[in-house]
Design a protein around this ligand. Sequence first.
Ligand code: ZN
Length: 277
Amino acid sequence: MAGKNIMQKKVSCAAIALTLLLGACCQSPSTASSDSSGLAAGKIVPITPASKEFFEMDAFKTRSGKTVQFYAVKHASIHIDYDGKTFEIDPVVKLGDRVTDYSAFPKADHILVTHEHADHFDKDAIALLTAEKTTLITNARCAGMLGYGQIMANGDIAQLFEDCTVEAVPAYNITEGHLQFHPRGRDNGYILTLDGLRIYIAGDTEDIPEMAQIKDIDIAFLPCNQPYTMTADQLIKAAKLIRPRVLFPYHYSQTDVSTLPEQLKNDGIEIMIRHYE
Ligand SMILES: [Zn+2]
C-alpha cells in the first residue's frame, strides 16, 4: 500500500493540471476562467458522508460545465456521480480480500454490468444498490441469470435521460487460447455520454479491430491483465488507436502499469493510475 501511495502522489500533480485543463476545455468560455468548483484529481474521499470507505475521486467538467466524478471502487467497479444521478459500473462486493460496503452507498440510478464473470457481476451488490428508481443495463446472459434487466447487445444505443446515452460496444478476446474467456458478441463494453463528455468503459477485451471506430473519447477505462484481457503492450496499442484524452488503466490486478505514463507521454494521453488493481 505504501509504495502505491507514493506512486499516486507522483501522478497527482500532472493529473490535477490535466483535469483542470480538461475541465476548462469542456466549459463554455464564460465559465472557463473562473473555475473553482471543486475539480479534483486523485482526492481521497468517501462516496457519501455516511460511507466508512474512502476512494480516489477524479472530477471532470462536461460541455455545459456540469461535473462528473469518478470514484475508483476497485478492479472493474466504478462509481460515477453526475448531476444528481449515480451510476455503478460492474459493482462487486467481494474480490479477494477487498470488500466494498455497498449498503453505505446511495441507491443507484443506473447499474451497468458488462458480463457474467464474478469480478463484474454480483447479485448481492446489485441488490444492495437497487431501489424502485434503478435501471439495470447488461448483456443477455446476465439478464438471464438475474431474471430482469434491460438487455443491450453490441451496437445498441439507449437514452437513459435527457443528456445521457449509453452505447454497448464489443468486448472480446482475440488471442489464441484465450478466446473462451470472452467470446465475441457475448459481452459488452459501454460508451457513456454525459452532456457531451464521452466515457469509454471497455469491459474485458483485448485490442479488437472495432476500437478503430471508437472515436472522440474524453475518458477511457482500459483493462490490463493476463490471460483475461490485455498485456501492457496491447493496452498501449489500444490507447493509440482510441486516443482518449484521459486514460484510466483498470482491471489490472498484478500487472505493472507504472510505466504507462512514460510510454504514452508523446501521445497526448494523460494516464491516471488509481486503485483499480
Ligand atoms: Zn471477464
